[in-house]
Unconditional design. Structure first.
Lengths: 113, 497
């Protein structure tokens, strides 16, 4: 279980970093989303992995740490809002600049300066 | 009075919402007066908080009244109330300045400014590490909105870089938080300090890794050398009042380093005591050297102002890395002084640029300024303050830093760099002043209509900040005592809560 979660977080982070390093805003946005998924998973398991344990008092014999669950909810909400803002900004940049390159210079395609 | 610590967070949020609710058809004057009055009220609260902290122990404001290591709390001590005060005064000056017309170049300038103040104050006041992250996001999303204020290709583009960079920073922050929680089981900063003291060497490795991540995040905010590259690009694209208020944003990074690292890795942290100091010390020194070179190489006033912000950030980081209480106290004084003077330079460079027609703020001979006397005097005074000439706050700050450093074994390195960078600033400003004001050509008749006289509010905002800097010297004893007490309080607290 631990190994599986660790591999999942590692894979998501790796894909996220790879995509963030791409030159187009869409790829960068996807990369950031993946990175935030990895981070959210990481926060979620920071209280330790327990199977079949409730987070609410009186629900079960064993209890899972409820705090990481609260933290991850906050992180998800904030990450979602930030991604939404980035999407709007990227669309605006696409409209203003006429291309979706992260660098200001347009690559030398036909007629590009 | 019991609820005073939360007012600097609640009031700006309330005012921001009220300013949003206001129908946009309402007259511009109404909106401006409302915003400035709200800022004045914020300043009043911040002053009361500062005054309250002079002779009482730190007050812990428990949100939801959970007992202490649980729940979120706000900590109003001397350090946080000092930063709240300096930020509130700065945003007041910026709100006044923007009333000359900058606020109407895009929608919602005033609400965003109030939201930014809320985020900044919250980041200064919070005593919980996760809550610090939340307030970072609040101030960041307001700063994104302010950065694109006024629109334009280059501005949108630099905003895109700034947002992506800060989102990656936030992801690293969360990773560090989760790791710290897994290792320590708490995010209440004072409680974490207590738990760090009892770690086994194997456990402290995880804390070290998390602290390293935090160092990257705060270093990114504070523009520590390898992570500084975003600052000149973002700040020189922002409009003048926005760049001026951003001058305090690097101080948030410095403050977080001082608060979190000072608390977590204080004297009681065992093997982890002073973790990160060496990195801050060398990083700060290199940042200063780079900034000094940027000051000399600046081709326009805005680049010069950005280099100044970077220079002050480097000085502060190196001072934090010195690990000496007196140097840290001097650094606090320097932080207050440098935030205001950095803001002044952004505001002043726009006033000068507006009167030079197409030449703008580039440091080349241009037409004579119509208000050369007024702007010239402002330029001279601001330059004297930033260089560190005797009667002004820059002198006191640097002298105190040098005094403190001369008692430490390795302080000579920073003293030398500090003096060298001051010399660079002196040379750069002498050159800039003579080019802007003395090597001016007579105004060209056709260029006359493009010249805009400075509004009274704009000059007033700059004079307000200059006067604020002046009172740092006039009431010098009170301020130096306050800064020394703030550091003493911080180190005393790291032993327990």
């Amino acid at each position: 279980m631990e190994l599986l979660i660790a591999i999942a977080i590692g894979l998501l982070t790796g894909c996220g970093v790879l995509l963030i390093l791409r030159g187009r805003t869409f790829a960068v946005m996807l990369g950031l989303t993946m990175l935030s998924y990895a981070v959210n998973l990481f926060i979620f398991v920071s209280g330790g992995l327990t199977a079949g344990a409730g987070a609410v008092l009186g629900a079960s014999e064993q209890y899972a740490d409820p705090l990481p669950q609260a933290l991850v909810l906050t992180a998800i909400v904030i990450g979602f809002a930030m991604t939404a803002f980035l999407v709007v900004l990227a669309i605006r940049a696409r409209a203003e600049l006429g291309h979706d390159e992260v660098d200001l210079q347009k690559p030398n395609t036909q007629g590009g300066a | 009075m019991q609820h005073l610590p939360i007012l600097p967070v609640l009031l700006p949020a309330l005012f921001a919402v009220l300013l949003l609710l206001q129908p946009q058809q309402a007259s511009v004057t109404f909106r401006r007066v409302g915003s400035v009055l709200a800022m004045l009220l914020n300043l009043l609260v911040a002053t009361a908080l500062l005054w309250q902290q002079t002779n009482v122990p730190a007050s812990h404001y428990l949100l939801g009244n959970w007992p202490e290591p649980f729940g979120i709390l706000l900590v109003a001590d001397q350090l946080s109330s000092l930063f709240v005060w300096l930020t509130t005064l700065l945003t007041l000056a910026v709100a006044v300045y923007s009333c000359a017309g900058d606020d109407e170049k895009g929608a919602y300038f005033h609400p965003l400014l109030h939201f930014l103040l809320m985020g900044l104050n919250g980041a200064f006041l919070t005593g919980d590490l996760f809550n610090l992250f939340v307030f970072f996001e609040v101030l960041l999303i307001a700063s994104y909105g302010l950065l694109v204020h006024g629109g334009g290709k280059k501005r949108i583009h630099s905003a895109l870089h700034y947002v992506v960079l800060n989102l990656v920073g936030s992801a690293l922050f969360l990773l560090a938080l989760a790791l710290l929680y897994a290792m320590l089981g708490s995010l209440h900063m004072a409680d974490m300090a207590v738990r760090i003291a009892t770690l086994t060497p194997a456990e402290s490795l995880g804390v070290k890794a998390a602290a390293g991540l935090l160092l990257i995040v705060f270093g990114l905010k504070a523009a520590l050398l390898p992570l500084h590259f975003w600052l000149p690009a973002a700040y020189s694209q922002a409009s003048a009042p926005v760049a001026a208020v951003f001058a305090v944003m690097t101080k948030v990074g410095v403050y977080s380093l001082l608060r979190v690292f000072g608390l977590l890795f204080g004297a009681s942290a065992g093997a982890l005591t002073g973790y990160g100091d060496a990195l801050l010390w060398w990083g700060g020194l290199l940042t200063m050297l780079l900034a000094a070179a940027m000051v000399l190489a600046a081709v326009d006033l805005k680049k010069l102002a950005a280099a100044l912000v970077l220079l002050s950030a480097g000085t502060l980081l190196a001072a934090l890395g010195s690990g000496n209480a007196q140097v840290k106290a001097a650094a606090l004084y320097y932080a207050v002084h440098s935030s205001w003077i950095g803001a002044i330079w952004y505001l002043l460079s726009e006033l000068i640029a507006r009167q030079r027609g197409s030449v703008g703020d580039r440091l080349v001979p241009g037409p004579r300024l119509p208000q050369a006397t007024l702007l010239g005097w402002l330029f001279v005074f601001s330059a004297l303050v930033v260089i560190g000439m005797p009667p002004f706050s820059g002198f006191v700050a640097k002298l105190w830093l040098i005094q403190g450093l001369s008692t430490t074994s390795h302080g000579m390195l920073l003293i030398g760099t500090l003096l060298l960078s001051s010399l660079a600033v002196l040379v750069a400003f002498s050159r800039a002043g003579s080019v802007l004001f003395w090597r001016a050509q007579p105004p060209i008749a056709s260029a006359a209509p493009t010249i805009v006289p400075s509004e009274r509010t704009q000059v007033f905002a700059i004079v307000l900040l200059l006067l604020a800097g002046l009172q740092l010297v006039v009431f010098g004893q009170w301020w130096t005592q306050f800064c020394a007490d703030a550091i003493a309080q911080l180190t005393a607290v790291s032993g327990g809560y």
